[in-house]
Design a protein around this ligand. Structure first.
Ligand code: SF4
Length: 338
């Protein structure tokens, strides 16, 4: 296992030659351990209501400028049907922490989707109780994403006035105990974040044994208290992806939307640094603009009649293979290619 100093050294080595060496090593590890396949996920943002006030997020309850919406069950099922028709094998159902998404409704939705379509379901709805996560799994949910954002307790407290790192990490334990493929992850370039803190994030992901890790740059939203902060460093975000791949070679790592917002073509670049998942926004147009966790969210995903075709074209242009499977974690499903 890589030591803290080794992880840190790779993160700080920012000259072009070191970066290219790191990129090649991560790309080789990705190819050897999880192959050339890239898994396309259809992202569905079902509600932008949120009870929390995270300092960096445009959906925070203190932001009165954003009109709020909730999709109905029927609207959600319609999108799931479209995903299944398009050959997409995973629906990622995401929301702010909306009190209306109680466990009964969440389970009913998951059961309907799983019984109607041949599709995996990833949930990303925030913090629930141990029992709730177990119920989601029983209802048929396959995966759960809950980014820890930072493993630095002081930084976490400064950014999350109404939640704690301890509870966040406890939720991740509960998710994993429930048998859900578990995704955590962090933002790169948060105000006050240090390289040491990012190195600790990577080591936390490794020691916890995550199945998926979402790693993307911080992007300031003007309607938040951090609106005037500088955006995260794209190249540092890429190095972090690469180090995550080298540290945890069998991980599912998305080329996050934020990488494409910060730099045109950023998601293709992330594929070169070890990523093997692409999220395509399938939220209906009438809601999409309102799910404003940060500005210009769709910049790297221009309007297209068939956004899945655009994603497939991008994958092929990178010399990769479009996965036709569910894209489950090889760590859980025992299909590791050592
Ligand atoms: S980061 Fe998540 S929990 Fe925090 S305000 Fe945004 S949507 Fe809500």
């Amino acid at each position: 296992m890589l030591s803290f100093d080794q992880v840190r050294d790779m993160l700080v080595s920012s000259d072009a030659e070191s970066c290219e060496r790191l990129r090649r090593a991560a790309d080789d590890a990705r190819k050897t351990c999880v192959g050339d396949e890239v898994h396309i996920r259809g992202l569905l943002e079902i509600s932008n209501h949120c009870r929390r006030d995270c300092m960096y997020c445009g959906l925070r309850r203190g932001n009165k400028k954003v009109p709020r919406y909730r999709m109905s069950d029927e609207e959600i099922i319609d999108v799931a049907a479209r995903l299944a028709d398009s050959g997409i094998k995973t629906a990622v159902i995401q929301s702010g922490e909306d009190p209306a998404l109680n466990i009964v409704r969440v389970c009913r939705l998951v059961e309907r989707i799983k019984s109607s379509f041949d599709i995996a379901v990833t949930l990303s709805l925030g913090e629930y109780s141990r029992e709730d996560y177990a119920s989601m799994r029983s209802a048929g949910a396959d995966r759960y994403l809950l980014r820890h954002e930072t493993s630095d307790e002081n930084l976490y407290a400064a950014l999350h006035p109404d939640s704690s790192l301890a509870n966040r990490l406890k939720c991740l334990e509960w998710i994993k105990d429930a048998g859900l493929q578990t995704g955590a992850g962090m933002m790169i370039g948060l105000p006050g974040q240090t390289i040491d803190s990012i190195a600790n994030d990577i080591l936390y992901l490794k020691s916890f044994g995550v199945h998926m890790a979402g790693i993307g740059p911080f992007i300031p939203d003007p309607d938040t208290p951090l609106g005037n902060a500088a955006a995260g460093d794209f190249d540092l975000a890429m190095r972090t992806l690469a180090v995550a791949r080298l540290t945890m070679p069998h991980l599912l790592i998305p080329a996050t939307t934020a990488t494409g917002v910060l730099r045109h073509g950023g998601r293709a670049r992330a594929l070169q640094f070890g990523a093997n998942v692409i999220m395509v926004n399938a939220t209906p147009d009438s809601f999409r603009e309102l799910y404003k966790i940060y500005p210009n969210k769709d910049r790297d995903e221009p309007y297209s009649e068939d956004p899945f075709k655009s994603a497939r074209d991008m994958i092929l242009s990178e010399g990769r293979i479009v996965s036709e499977g569910y894209g489950h974690s090889p760590i859980i499903f025992g299909t590791r290619n050592e």
